[in-house]
Each structure stands twice: as structure tokens, then as C-alpha cells.
Design a protein around this ligand. Structure first.
Ligand code: COI
Length: 358
């Protein structure tokens, strides 16, 4: 159990007003969580302090070799007015999966969850309540040794910042167009594709710019070896409804193990759908689209929630899915997931909707 010191800001910022468009990740709250790590001492000095700039040596290792990790989760104002989180234990587990791969010291899962709850409770009045909005929670760890050798750092900072946000895509629930990338790859097995670390996102930017230039919102990555099998969209996992079955790429090591992905698989199974986690080739998709078997496509992610896909482009072929409109399953999933998150829908699993106040 962490002994968290709290220092309240003396200069609270003006909170966004109800109805004000928030965008995603642009506004930050009054406080942040900080904890240090020092080799030989472990994690120490957990504190909630006023949101402020960091002071780091220009030689801090994170700037040079990218030893860092991040997470994403959301806090909602429940129907009882209290702050709630969605499955924060899953973020705690995934943090340590990422940390092990990147030689960052692990954080006890209960400490991670306690830290998130502490800072969200302090800034709970920042949780927006307009439909489709939430308080996006961004935990991250950076390597802070002032050293230019390539080695794991001996000191780190763990921070959690909070951002009242609206939909990740400006289009909201309107289906997005996605570009299937056949030139660049995001990750390979044995690499860091499954880890939540900045390098994966830096590697994706060139293809994202290319996709935007062609009028598409996001990139769908193919496997890095054969460039034939569907992997993920940089900011979300991808699902297809083919002939009534729910199909998503298996977690092969190069795909992010999404928490919304896991939640959607669980819900679909419990609703009686057959679910398949397996390899899906682009050829299979093109064929399913030609025969009318491809009924729906949607992305899942913490930021994106459930994001319907209306159009997929591969080389010179454009697949329009469900007439470019949101499908009934995507809609049901969006309503159920966001309903459980806010508390409007009873949590069928008992540990998905978690109060942030102890
Ligand atoms: C999230 O969905 O929380 C993520 O971390 C994806 C990020 C690209 C916004």
C-alpha cells in the first residue's frame, strides 16, 4: 500500500464548461501523480502534486533510446455522481508486461491502481458528463538517468496525468475510413508490438500521414513477415463480423492486447456469438466482401471505444462495409461498453465498473 502525499494546487485552472467541445488529449487537470524509482531503493515518494512541467537533464535516457511506457484508461462520472474506472486492474497487469519487455522495473498491481484512484479522486470534479466524454487517464514511465550509453536506466519517473476528453476521432460514432498499409510495417514477432511504448507509435506516423493524405483516418497494419495477415490499427484492435461470426486477429506477439478487445470478446461470447481469434488474410477479407459475408467491421480501444469502420482500402480496391453505416452489433457494443463504464448498464461481471474513491 502506497503512502501518497497530496499537495493541492493554489491556482486551480478553469474547468471546461458543459457542452464545450473537448477534443481528445488537449486539456489537462490541476494535479498529477508522480513516483520515483531508484535502483537499490525501489519505487518511492508517491505523491499527487499540482500539474507542472518536468525538469530533466537533456541527457536523460528517455530522450535518446526511448526507454518508456504508457497506458490509457478512462474515468467516468457514475450515475451516483462518484468517479468510476473501467477495469483498471487490466492496465496494471499490462503495465508490467510492457515493463518486463523494456527492462523497466515492475510496479505492484495494487500500487498502480491505488495511484490512479488517488489522482482521479483529487481531480474528480474535472470528469466531464456530456454524452461521449470522459476523463482520459494517461499513466507513463520514463527513464531518467543522465547517461548516453545504451543500457537500462537505474532511475525512473512514474507519472499519471488526466485529460477531460471527447471522442478520439472527430467523426465520433460515424464510421471511419481505413487504409491497409502494404509498404511499411509496424511490428514483428519478437519485437515490441505487444508492448505499450512510444516507439510503436513513432514507427506508425509515416503511414498515418500517407493515409491522411489519401483521405483515410487510420492505418490497418499487416504482419511484418508475409504482409498478408491483418494485425491492428495503430490506435485500436480490429474486429470483423463475417457470416455471423466475430473474428479478430489472434494475439501473436506483435499486436497490442487491448482491454476493450478483451471486453468485446467476452460480451460477444456471452451474447451467444461464435468468436474466433485467428489469422485473417487480406485475401479472405476481399473475398468475404465480394460474397457479402463481411457484415461489419469495427475497431476497439480505450480512446476509440468502439469505432465503426465504413471503408477499407487495400491497393486499388475500396471495400465499403454495411453501406458505410454503423452496424447493429457495433452499435450494441458501443451502448453496452459505454453503459457499463458510466454505470447506466449494470456491470455483468462485477469487477469492470470500479469506484475510484476508496
Ligand atoms: C488508448 O486507446 O488509450 C491508447 O493508448 C491509444 C492512443 C493512441 C490514444
Amino acid at each position: 500500500m502506497l503512502d501518497i502525499r497530496i499537495e493541492y494546487t493554489k491556482n486551480p485552472a478553469k474547468k471546461p464548461e458543459a457542452g464545450q467541445p473537448l477534443g481528445f488529449g488537449k486539456i489537462f487537470t490541476d494535479h498529477m501523480f508522480v513516483m520515483n524509482y531508484t535502483e537499490g531503493k525501489g519505487w518511492h515518494d508517491p505523491r499527487v502534486v499540482p500539474y507542472q512541467n518536468l525538469s530533466l537533464a537533456p541527457s536523460a535516457m528517455v530522450f535518446h533510446y526511448g526507454q518508456e511506457m504508457f497506458e490509457g484508461l478512462k474515468a467516468y462520472k457514475g450515475t451516483d455522481g462518484r468517479p468510476y474506472l473501467f477495469r483498471p486492474d487490466m492496465n496494471a497487469k499490462r503495465t508490467n508486461v510492457t515493463n518486463r519487455r523494456l527492462c523497466i522495473p515492475e510496479i505492484p498491481e495494487e500500487d498502480f491502481v491505488q495511484a490512479v484512484k488517488a489522482v482521479v479522486s483529487v481531480d474528480k470534479d474535472w470528469i466531464p458528463s456530456d454524452p461521449g466524454t470522459s476523463l482520459y487517464v494517461r499513466p507513463f514511465i520514463i527513464a531518467t538517468d543522465a547517461f548516453l550509453g545504451v543500457a537500462p536506466s537505474k532511475t525512473y519517473l512514474f507519472l499519471i496525468i488526466l485529460s477531460p476528453s471527447g471522442a478520439y476521432y472527430e467523426s465520433g460514432l460515424a464510421p471511419v475510413g481505413i487504409w491497409i498499409e502494404d509498404e511499411f510495417v509496424r511490428a514483428v514477432r519478437g519485437g515490441i508490438g505487444f508492448a505499450k511504448t512510444g516507439g510503436n507509435y513513432a514507427a506508425s506516423l509515416i503511414a498515418q500521414v500517407k493515409a491522411h493524405d489519401q483521405g483515410f483516418s487510420q492505418v490497418l497494419w499487416l504482419d511484418g513477415v508475409e504482409r498478408k495477415y491483418i494485425e491492428e490499427v495503430g490506435s485500436m484492435n480490429i474486429f470483423f463480423k463475417i457470416n455471423g461470426r466475430i473474428v479478430t486477429p489472434a494475439l501473436s506477439g506483435s499486436i497490442l492486447p487491448g482491454i476493450t478487445r478483451d471486453s468485446v470478446l467476452t460480451l460477444c461470447r456471452d451474447w451467444g456469438y461464435e468468436t474466433e481469434e485467428r489469422r485473417i488474410s487480406v485475401d479472405e477479407l476481399l473475398e468475404a466482401q465480394r460474397t457479402g459475408a463481411l457484415e461489419e467491421c469495427f475497431g476497439t480501444g480505450t480512446a476509440a471505444v468502439i469505432s465503426p469502420v465504413g471503408k477499407l482500402r487495400y491497393e486499388n480496391e475500396v471495400m465499403t462495409i454495411n453501406g458505410g453505416k454503423i452496424g447493429p452489433l457495433s452499435h450494441r457494443l458501443y451502448d453496452t461498453v459505454t453503459g457499463i463504464q458510466t454505470g447506466a448498464v449494470a456491470d455483468p461481471y462485477g469487477n469492470w465498473h470500479v469506484c475510484a474513491e476508496e
